[in-house]
Ligand binder design. Structure first.
Ligand SMILES: O=C(O)CCC(=O)C(=O)O
Ligand SMILES: [Fe+2]
Length: 326
């Protein structure tokens, strides 16, 4: 297998025909068994990712009243703008009905050319250059997304053009996250965490994290077992499968449950402070009007269709409403 374990070298995708085939095959294998994969030498330049983290930090370091100028509405839609600690609780979607608070603050963005909802920005003079950089990065991530979708289409033997065409409007969501420093003991009774267990709603998520750690993904071959995903560098791209790809592939891919908790080196009883953590997630989604009915390649006599027909937008809205306790 090319690459080590859960890390793959995406430059192979741009190499010879054999290298490209091997990369696609390995990508499929790791995603199906582990639920997530780390990509190195992917098409987003390292400098852009270092700049992304530096802008992210600058945003969250603004005074609260400045950040609130770009406030996320108190309800799920439109999912745009700044959510202060406590506004959104991913754990609210737990099946047992209990709420676990997420100790995080976030900003959600969409495409700059989205014709349905506008982004919410702090005034340019409060953080000059932030908006231009975020719009630039959104585009870079979109191009990387299309190449990864092509690789998945090749690996799965599905129509590459079709998969790309149902993602061609870039109706994606992009989020920067800051987990403030907190005493490890705050997480010990289960009423609070960094981000509760969940699956993402879209097709694939491209995730970047700093060196703090704490991200865990459920192993697809040992459900209930979560593996720590650590990045050698913030430029590592962590790729997860979301609900929409599970539906489109009729459960060939399962959406990977993940969460963020203590870094591996810190335990609840340590009396230590969890250092602050920054991460960035790019949620690639099908076009809002695209059907999430499984693709024809995944429906056979022995594997009937597992899902009803819903549009990507209907699915997104049903899932996101739960995060705001609606
Ligand atoms: O912070 C992270 O590493 C994960 C964030 C995440 O899972 C999300 O925002 O959906
Ligand atoms: Fe997530």
């Amino acid at each position: 297998m090319a690459g080590k374990g859960t890390t793959l070298d995406m430059s192979l995708f741009y190499g010879t025909t054999e290298q490209k085939q091997a990369f696609c095959r390995d990508l499929l294998h790791v995603l199906r068994t582990r639920g997530g994969v780390k990509l190195q030498n992917h098409p987003i330049p390292d400098k852009d990712i270092y700049d992304l983290f530096s802008w992210t930090k600058k945003f969250f370091e603004l005074p609260l009243e400045t950040k609130m100028k770009a406030e996320h509405p108190p309800q799920a839609n439109p999912n745009r703008g700044y959510s202060y600690v406590g506004l959104e609780n991913v754990g609210a979607i737990r099946r047992d009905g209990k709420i676990t608070r997420d100790i995080k603050e976030t900003v959600d963005f969409g495409s700059a050319t989205d014709d349905l909802v506008d982004n919410r920005w702090v005034p340019e003079e409060d953080l000059p250059g932030f908006r231009a950089f975020m719009e630039y990065f959104y585009d870079k991530a979109f191009k990387a997304e299309l190449d990864i979708l092509t690789a998945l289409a090749i690996a799965l033997g599905v129509d590459e053009q079709h998969l790309r065409s149902i993602h061609n409007r870039a109706e994606n969501e992009f989020r920067i996250l800051h987990y403030p420093a907190i005493p490890a003991s705050d997480l010990s009774d289960g009423t609070a965490t960094r981000i509760g267990e969940h699956t993402d709603f879209g097709t694939i998520t491209l995730l970047f994290q700093d060196a703090v750690g704490g991200l865990q993904v459920e192993d697809q071959e040992n459900l209930g077992t979560f593996r720590d995903i650590e990045s050698a560098s913030p430029t590592d791209m962590i790729l997860n499968i979301g609900d929409s790809l599970q539906r489109l592939t009729n459960d060939t891919f399962k959406a990977a449950t993940h969460r963020v908790t203590y870094p591996p080196s810190i335990k609840a009883g340590d009396g230590r402070i969890l250092p602050e953590r920054y991460s960035v997630a790019y949620f690639a989604k099908p076009n809002r009007q695209a059907s999430l009915l499984p693709l024809k390649e995944f429906i056979t006599d022995s594997t009937p269709c597992h899902y009803d027909d819903v549009t990507a937008w209907e699915w997104n809205n049903a899932r996101i409403a739960a995060l705001f306790g609606m």
